[in-house]
Design a binder for this molecule. Structure first.
Ligand code: HEC
Ligand code: HEC
Length: 203
C-alpha cells in the first residue's frame, strides 16, 4: 500500500511539473520525427519543420494529401505519411512543429554567401529575378503562407528550386516562375546564403 501511495504521489508531482498538455501529446509526432529528426530540425532528405510558418505547414500537409505537391521525394515519402492525417491532425502537427525553435543547417558553400545574399535582397532586375526578401522577409523568416527559408539545408533548398524549374508542383505560385528565372549558379548561391541565415541574427 505504501508503495502505491508513493507511486501516486510521484505521478502527481510529475504531472504538475509537465503542466498543460503538450502539443506533442495531441498528435503522434513520432510518426514524423523518425524522418524529420527528434526536434523537427531536419534529417537527411527530410527538411527541418521546427519554426516553420504554421499556415505554410498546414497547407503543405493538404498539398501532399491531394497530390498537388508531386515532386519525387514528396511522392515517395510524404504521400504515404499523410494518408491518415485529416484536417484537425494537420492543424495539430503544424502548430506543434511551428512552435519548436529552429536551428540553422549551416551546410552551404561559404564562398557563395555574398552573391546569394545579393540576389535574395535585390533580385537581378536585368534577368527578371524578383527580390526574395519582398515576400520571404529580411531574415528569410516568412509570414503566414509564405515559408521561412532562413537556416533550411542547402540540399533541400537547392532541390526545391531545381524541381520547380523542372516543372514539378506547378501550382505552388509564384515559385515555379521564380525558379525558372534562376541559373544553376544563382540557385547554389541562394541555397548557400539561406543555409547560414539565422532568424533574428545580427546581419
Ligand atoms: C519516411 C520519411 C518521412 C516521414 C515518416 C514524414 N516525412 Fe515529411 N517529408 C519527408 C521528406 C523526404 C520531405 C521532403 C519532400 C520534398 O523534397 O519536397 C518531407 C517534407 C515534409 C513537409 C514539407 C516541408 C516544407 O518546408 O515544405 C512537411 C510539412 C512534412 N514533411 C511534414 C511531415 C509530418 C507532419 C509528418 C508526420 C505525420 C511527416 N512529415 C512524416 C519525409 C518524411
Ligand atoms: C511574390 C512572393 C514570392 C517571391 C518574390 C519569392 N517567393 Fe519563394 N515562396 C513564396 C510562396 C507563396 C511560397 C509557398 C509556395 C507553395 O508551396 O504553395 C514560396 C516557397 C518557397 C520555397 C519553399 C520552401 C520550403 O520550405 O519548401 C523556397 C525554397 C523559396 N520560396 C525560395 C525563394 C527564393 C530563393 C526567392 C527569390 C529568388 C523567392 N522564393 C521569391 C512566395 C515568394
Amino acid at each position: 500500500m505504501k508503495r502505491i501511495v508513493t507511486k501516486l504521489a510521484l505521478l502527481t508531482i510529475v504531472s504538475c511539473v509537465a503542466g498543460p498538455l503538450l502539443a506533442s501529446e495531441t498528435v503522434p509526432v513520432k510518426n514524423c520525427t523518425w524522418c524529420h529528426g527528434p526536434s523537427g530540425q531536419g534529417y537527411s532528405n527530410a527538411p527541418r519543420l521546427a519554426g516553420q510558418q504554421e499556415l505554410y505547414l498546414d497547407a503543405q500537409l493538404m498539398n501532399f494529401r491531394t497530390h498537388v505537391r508531386d515532386n519525387p521525394y514528396s511522392r515517395d515519402f510524404m504521400w504515404n505519411a499523410v494518408v491518415h492525417v485529416d484536417e484537425d491532425m494537420a492543424h495539430g502537427f503544424a502548430s506543434y512543429f511551428a512552435s519548436l525553435p529552429p536551428e540553422a543547417a549551416n551546410d552551404g558553400n561559404r564562398d557563395l554567401v555574398a552573391s546569394g545574399r545579393n540576389i535574395f535582397e535585390f533580385g537581378v532586375p536585368e534577368a527578371n529575378i524578383a527580390a526574395c526578401i519582398v515576400c520571404h522577409g529580411p531574415n528569410g523568416e516568412g509570414v503566414r503562407g509564405i515559408p521561412r527559408l532562413g537556416g533550411l539545408s542547402y540540399f533541400y533548398l537547392k532541390r526545391r528550386l531545381e524541381e520547380w524549374a523542372e516543372g514539378y508542383s506547378p501550382a505552388a505560385e509564384p515559385m515555379p516562375k521564380v525558379a525558372r528565372s534562376l541559373s544553376g549558379r544563382d540557385i547554389e548561391a541562394l541555397a548557400s546564403y539561406l543555409s547560414f541565415l539565422e532568424y533574428g541574427a545580427e546581419r
